[in-house]
Design a protein around this ligand. Structure first.
Ligand SMILES: [Zn+2]
Length: 318
């Protein structure tokens, strides 16, 4: 059963906003656009494997979690974590197409795309070993000893894999039932799965790379300002008494500013002042800007003109 369901990675959502607000003439535009494509493909692969896992009857009583980060001295972002009787299984999903070569000494993943372009990636085995060590260390600190297994999973058959000998299994998504069966057969339950689940859920870390202008060293003044029209894809919707109006396509939307404030949070900063809000949403009236942030019930630090409104709440439960 799924206890932490699939959600697009914050970096994907942030990159979508960034690419949308950046002019195609910006020097980093094409690199960011490519990075966004890779991230979207990665998310798509993870979502697909989550769906496949849900179909596996063997896992009905086990726990499935998407995107897990636990306290660790090493960087950790586990694509999928499974809690099965007396074991934890980590899956590293790689949605890469083309010809991939797993090279040893040093370990690298080299991909040749259909057009002949060569890219070098971190070897997923190295990543996975690091996560397995991190999880093992985490459970040691919890005084829990549990076997940890891992596999690199390619979701689709659009890849031609060449591999020298390696340490961890590399499998296709369709092989997951066989792979899992092996681990579920040999395990003897010593610590209940519910205990493991509770330990993990109470220690989950939520890390985001925001604000992306800092992350990618982009001057925020390069971003297109204004409220985005979801109908025609232009910026600069006009504020009406109630809602927003696009002069280009006549589309009206009541809450169009919310996405723009989310963009601001993901790209520029965690908090916003009245002036920054007017500037980013391109509205003139101080009073209108005040009403917007007040209506959203954003937590406020400071008083009067120096008030800064906290935007982080916009990304959850809305
Ligand atoms: Zn429009």
């Amino acid at each position: 059963m799924i206890i932490k369901s699939f959600a697009p990675s914050p970096l994907t959502t942030g990159l979508q906003a960034l690419v949308n607000r950046l002019q195609p003439t910006h020097p980093q535009y094409h690199q960011l656009q490519q990075e966004l494509k890779n991230k979207e493909a990665g998310d798509y692969g993870e979502q697909y494997v989550m769906k496949e896992l849900q179909q596996i009857a063997l896992l009905n009583d086990c726990y499935i979690l998407h995107n897990v980060t636990l306290p660790s001295v090493l960087p950790m972002q586990i694509d999928i974590l499974l809690i099965v009787p007396n074991a934890i299984i980590l899956l590293e999903i790689k949605n890469i197409r083309g010809i991939v070569h797993f090279k040893n000494d040093p370990r690298q993943l080299i991909r040749t795309s259909d057009s002949g372009e060569v890219h070098v990636f971190t070897h997923p085995e190295v990543q996975l070993e690091q996560y397995m060590q991190g999880v093992k260390h985490f459970f040691n600190t919890q005084q829990v000893s549990i076997p940890i297994y891992g596999a690199v999973v390619f979701p689709f058959n659009n890849v031609n894999i060449h591999r020298e000998d390696g340490r961890l299994p590399i499998i296709m998504a369709k092989e997951l039932p066989i792979f899992l069966h092996k681990h579920l057969e040999t395990s003897k339950e010593t610590k209940t799965m519910a205990d493991i689940k509770n330990i993990i859920l109470s220690h989950l870390k939520h890390r985001t790379p925001f604000p992306l202008c800092t992350y990618y060293q982009i001057d925020a003044s390069a971003l297109q300002r204004g409220v985005y029209c979801e109908n025609c894809g232009r910026f600069g919707m006009q504020k009406l008494k109630i809602g927003w109006h696009c002069q280009m396509c006549q589309h009206r939307c009541r809450d169009a500013h919310i996405q723009s404030l989310k963009d601001y949070y993901m790209l520029v900063g965690e908090t916003i002042t009245n002036r920054e809000c007017r500037d980013f949403l391109m509205i003139e009236s101080e009073h209108v800007a005040k009403r917007i942030v007040q209506k959203l019930q954003l937590p406020r630090n400071g008083s009067n003109k120096n008030s800064r409104y906290q935007l982080s709440g916009l990304l959850v439960n809305r």
